[in-house]
Design a protein around this ligand. Structure first.
Ligand SMILES: *[C@@H]1O[C@H](CO)[C@@H](O)[C@H](O)[C@H]1NC(C)=O
Length: 412
């Protein structure tokens, strides 16, 4: 919407620039006059600021990114990244070396060189998310990595054990938890009945109690949670499955007929069990400018399209009655005058500028009649220029010529 305004303001200004130069020489203006002219320009530019004020844009990544990774996970991320680096540089070597034996020698010396370590470290934590935490861990692990590198390690040796468990002490071996890596209680093949994990498993955190998977509860995760029912059980395995969505407070099996009770939004039927209530059958559920959308267990009131006054669905083809300024054309409600809103706003802003300019001229006029009349003439030309520009581009001007037959005017 600002493009017309911008052009309307600048086209006359640009045109006047040359003329202005000669007028300047002619009048030999004093500094106060220049100030007044500056003020006039400021007034011309003012409405542009009005147009360019926009709400600040927030990068949604900033809000979701910093989900805190545990230290052990960060260490794992770092070790994985380091291993990738080892792979990446596995076949690298110093440049040069002509003969085959020379090449082989160079390859060997690169394998354990400081240079390869640097090559690996340069590529660390580059891929994927959480790179900040990975980098942080890489910094803390640097001295241990250097020790490990200096020991001429077997590359297949478990770097994770060495760095994350032994040196950094942020992780524990599998099925161990807590500061001292205590073994998780119970049978390690079937921790928490196979339906959960021991709190802090593999890390230096937690207290070893069971953290049950969704649907399971109990100290050993061997019961079904409310809203779940036992769907399978043998000597080694039990399975809890969710009740039907219409159930409240539990069920005997998975269908809507097995509910202990029905949720709000459902009604009990002796044959069919819990059935969805269609709230939209009640025509007064939503307000006049909304339509009703039934969903399982609930309903939503949605606003009608802006072209509708009342409607029975979404879109300009679902109106019962058209909104003010719209009229029915076939299925649709079509705007009588599409861009009225925008051009009205634009016109107001433009007129505000004119008033500002005229007031400025009025202040100047009694001080110096000749200068006042020059500025007055400029202001007038400016206004006429801007209006002419808007007119030929089909925007509302002081005189609305959009529906005027220009051709006929020039023929007579
Ligand atoms: C273990 O930790 C969990 C949550 O961190 C807590 O709810 C639970 O009470 C703790 N159990 C014991 C025995 O300390």
């Amino acid at each position: 919407m600002c493009s017309c305004l911008l052009c309307a303001l600048y086209s006359p200004v640009l045109c006047f620039e040359n003329t202005l130069g000669s007028i300047k020489d002619w009048v030999n203006m004093g500094s106060r006059t220049k100030n007044v002219l500056n003020m006039l320009f400021a007034l011309m530019i003012l409405p542009l600021a009005y147009c360019s004020v926009q709400p600040p844009v927030v990068n949604p990544d900033i809000l979701t990114q910093s989900k805190n990774l545990g230290e052990c996970q960060a260490c794992k991320l770092f070790v994985d990244s380091f291993k990738k680096g080892l792979e990446r540089t596995a076949r690298g070597k110093y440049e040069g070396g002509d003969a085959a034996w020379e090449e082989e020698k160079l390859k060997l010396s690169y394998k354990r060189s400081e240079m390869r370590l640097i090559d690996i470290q340069e590529g660390l934590c580059k891929e994927g998310k959480n790179s900040i935490q990975c980098h942080h861990m890489a910094e803390k692990a640097e001295e241990f990595i250097e020790t490990w590198w200096a020991q001429d390690p077997d590359e297949s040796a478990d770097l994770y054990n060495f760095i994350c468990i032994e040196k950094m002490q942020v992780c524990c071996p599998k099925h161990h938890f807590g500061k001292d890596c205590t073994p998780c209680p119970g049978d390690h093949d079937k921790l928490c009945s196979g339906n959960g994990k021991c709190r802090g498993d593999g890390t230096r955190k937690g207290n070893g109690t069971c953290l049950c998977d969704i649907g399971y509860t109990g100290d050993n995760c061997d019961q079904c949670m409310t809203g779940y029912y036992l769907s399978y059980k043998d000597d080694t395995k039990m399975l809890c499955s969710p009740c039907h969505v219409s159930c409240m407070g539990g069920c005997r099996a998975g269908s809507q007929k097995d509910c202990v009770a029905c949720k709000p939004g459902f009604t009990f039927d002796s044959d069919e069990g819990c059935l969805d209530i269609n709230e939209c059958d009640d025509v007064n559920k939503c307000s006049k400018d909304q339509f009703c959308l039934n969903s399982i267990g609930s309903f939503t009131c949605m606003s009608c399209d802006k072209s509708c006054d009342t409607c029975h669905g979404d879109g300009p083809d679902m109106c019962r009655k058209c909104a003010k300024g719209y009229s029915k054309k076939g299925e649709f409600c079509i705007a009588d005058r599409e861009d009225e809103d925008q051009s009205e706003k634009l016109t107001t802003t433009r007129y505000m500028t004119y008033v500002g300019l005229l007031i400025a001229t009025g202040i100047l006029l009694p001080r110096s009649t000749s200068l006042g009349s020059i500025v007055g003439a400029m202001v007038l030309s400016y206004i006429l220029g801007a209006e002419y520009y808007c007119m030929i581009n089909g925007h509302t001007g002081l005189v609305d010529l959009r529906h005027f037959d220009l051709a006929r005017m020039f023929h007579t």
